[in-house]
Design a protein around this ligand. Structure first.
Ligand code: ATP
Length: 261
């Protein structure tokens, strides 16, 4: 594959819920090895964009391409080989162990009998180890805390072995230690494996530290996209969030430091 080509391309996407337009002509690209943070106030359309990319909602107009393929022409299984989605924190279905849940990430690769082979088991263990949750592997998922479930969802997405990873508020239920661990891990996966990452984050200071590019959505429109320095400005943020915002420089890293004014 051409390393200089975007692996995920969103072309002029418009999504409507009934008469209400939730996304207006949104265009976005993510390149291999890149972390793109999608930010914007509650209700801006971040989850809607993810749902349209993953095929949960059908766009009114526009297209999404992964590795140059129009996702609308692919089956759910084919799509799941291109992109893995970690949805916003929610309770996982009961009755499965952590290991079984992560193994579900291999579903797009199972044959018609649905029986996992050694490669599927191996990828499951690799994902559990990478997320450092092997000690949880036999626990029923419904007994886990919200933060532990979030890590299981990420392991399931890694086991899915896709070139594109979409994360919707991945740090929402995580403590300070696990927030840093998760984002450092995502950075490593992008750097080492060329994973293309699109993630929604509300914590703009984490965005500032971990994202290569930032896309700012407000009222379903892409206001601006660019480097954290270009996007995380007082002018852009106060326009999008409709509150005064103060941006200074991080004393250690020199990155934008965002505080409510
Ligand atoms: P948050 O940061 O609060 O998670 P978001 O940026 O992810 O918000 P979305 O969940 O995409 O926002 O919602 C965008 C808009 O679409 C909101 O106004 C929401 O009320 C509306 N919306 C979302 N889902 C539906 C639905 N199923 N039917 C009708 N309207 C919807």
């Amino acid at each position: 594959m051409n390393e200089n080509a975007a692996i995920l391309e969103v072309h002029e996407l418009t999504v409507r819920y009934g008469a209400r337009t939730a996304l207006h002509n949104v265009a976005l690209e993510v390149y291999p090895g890149e972390i793109v943070a999608l930010i914007g106030p509650n209700g801006a359309g971040k989850t809607t964009l993810f749902r349209a990319i993953s095929g949960v909602v059908k766009p009114h107009s526009g297209k999404v391409f992964a590795s140059g393929k129009d996702l609308a022409g692919l089956s759910i299984t084919e799509r799941a080989r291109y992109l893995a989605v970690v949805p916003q924190a929610r309770r996982l279905p009961a009755g499965y162990s952590v290991q079984q849940t992560v193994l579900l990430g291999r579903t797009p690769y199972l044959g018609w009998l649905g029986k996992p082979v050694s490669r599927d088991i191996q990828r499951t263990w690799q994902a559990l180890e990478r997320i450092q949750i092997t000690p949880l592997c036999d626990r029923p998922v419904e007994e886990l805390s919200g933060g532990e479930q979030q890590l299981v969802l990420l392991a399931r997405a890694l086991a899915q072995d896709t070139p594109i990873l979409i994360l919707d508020e991945p740090t929402a239920h995580l403590d300070l230690h696990h927030q840093g661990n998760l984002l450092r891990l995502v950075r490593e996966l992008a750097d080492e494996q060329g994973l293309a990452v699109l993630m929604a984050l509300h914590d703009l200071n984490l965005v500032s530290l971990y994202a290569d590019r930032v896309a700012l959505l407000a009222e379903g429109r892409l206001l601006v996209s660019g480097s954290p320095n270009e996007v995380l400005t007082e002018e852009n943020l106060s326009q999008a969030y409709q509150v005064p915002v103060h941006v200074s420089q991080h004393p250690l890293y020199g990155t934008p430091l965002v505080l409510p004014d």
